[in-house]
Design a protein. Structure first.
Length: 265
C-alpha cells in the first residue's frame, strides 16, 4: 500500500461502488466515503468492504469532496467518483511514485464509456483530469457543479501511465437526464457569479460545441454513440444559457415588483 487516501463521494451508487472499491484496495488501506444519505445499499456495501464511511448532507460537489479530504488518513489524496475504476497500469504507476514533493500534482487519462462502448474520439475521448494531489496545498473549489482544483502558482504537473475507466452513462435517457441536471446547476453558478446570457452563448456556442465534438474531435468515428454525445453536448450548452436567461428575467421581475418602502418627510 502507498500513503494515499482514496476519497469517494456517493449517492445511491450500489450498482457500481464495489468495482471502484476493489480497484482502490489495490492502491491504499484508507478509503474514505462521503455518502449523501443513500437510500439503496451503498452505505451497507461500503461499510462491509471496510471503508471509512461518513454520511453528510449535500452541499455541492466541491464542498463534499473537501469534507472527505479533511477526514483522510494521508496528505496525498486520490479523488475518485463511484463510477470510475483504476486499471492495473494506473495502479502500478501509482505504486511507483515517491510522493516526496507536495508541489506536484498528477494528471490521469480517462477512458469513458457510453453503455458498454469505449468512446475513443470526440470530447470524451480526450478526457483527462488532475486527481492526485497533496491536501496541504490543494483543495476543491466550493462550486456546486464542475468543481475545480485550486492550484498554487508554483504547482508542477506529471501525467501518469494507465487510465481511469469512467462508466459515465448507461444509455441516452441517463445522458440527457445528466445534461439537464448539470445545465441547471451551471446556470445557477453563472447567475451567482454575474455571468450574463448573450446571443453568442445562447445560439453560436452550442452549435460550435457540436461541431467540435462531432467533427473536429472525430466523434463521428464512434458511430451512433459519438453522434449522441455530440447532440447531448449541444443540448447541455444550449440549456445552460437558456436557464441562465430565465433566471435573469425572474430576478429582474422580482426587483421590478419589489415595493419601495422608503418614506420621505
Amino acid at each position: 500500500m502507498i500513503p494515499v487516501s482514496v476519497v469517494i463521494i456517493t449517492k445511491n451508487e450500489a450498482e457500481v461502488i464495489l468495482e471502484c472499491i476493489a480497484a482502490a484496495k489495490m492502491i491504499t488501506d484508507d478509503i474514505v466515503i462521503i455518502d449523501n444519505y443513500s437510500t439503496d445499499q451503498t452505505y451497507n456495501l461500503t461499510v462491509a468492504e471496510g471503508c471509512r464511511v461518513y454520511q453528510k448532507n449535500w452541499d455541492g460537489y466541491g464542498t463534499n469532496k473537501n469534507k472527505g479530504i479533511e477526514l483522510a488518513k494521508y496528505d496525498w489524496i486520490l479523488s475518485v467518483d463511484a463510477d470510475e475504476i483504476a486499471d492495473l497500469e494506473l495502479v502500478l504507476s501509482l505504486h511507483s511514485l515517491k510522493l516526496t514533493d507536495p508541489t506536484m500534482v498528477y494528471d490521469i487519462k480517462f477512458k469513458s464509456y457510453f453503455g458498454k462502448k469505449l468512446i475513443r474520439y470526440g470530447s470524451w475521448g480526450r478526457d483527462h483530469h488532475i486527481r492526485l494531489f497533496n491536501r496541504t496545498r490543494v483543495r476543491w473549489s466550493q462550486s456546486s457543479v464542475h468543481e475545480t482544483l485550486l492550484l498554487p502558482d508554483d504547482t508542477q504537473m506529471q501525467r501518469l501511465d494507465g487510465a481511469m475507466h469512467h462508466y459515465s452513462v448507461k444509455n441516452n435517457a441517463e445522458c440527457y437526464a445528466k445534461a439537464f441536471y448539470y445545465a441547471r446547476l451551471s446556470a445557477e453558478n453563472y447567475l451567482n457569479s454575474g455571468k450574463k446570457a448573450n446571443l453568442v452563448n445562447l445560439y453560436l456556442s452550442p452549435v460550435f460545441s457540436f461541431i467540435k465534438s462531432y467533427i473536429l474531435f472525430g466523434g463521428f468515428v464512434d458511430g451512433k454513440e459519438g453522434l449522441a454525445i455530440a447532440r447531448i453536448t449541444y443540448k447541455n450548452k444550449w440549456l445552460k444559457y437558456h436557464y441562465l436567461l430565465r433566471f435573469e428575467n425572474t430576478q429582474k421581475k422580482k426587483q421590478y415588483l419589489k415595493p419601495n418602502l422608503a418614506v420621505e418627510y
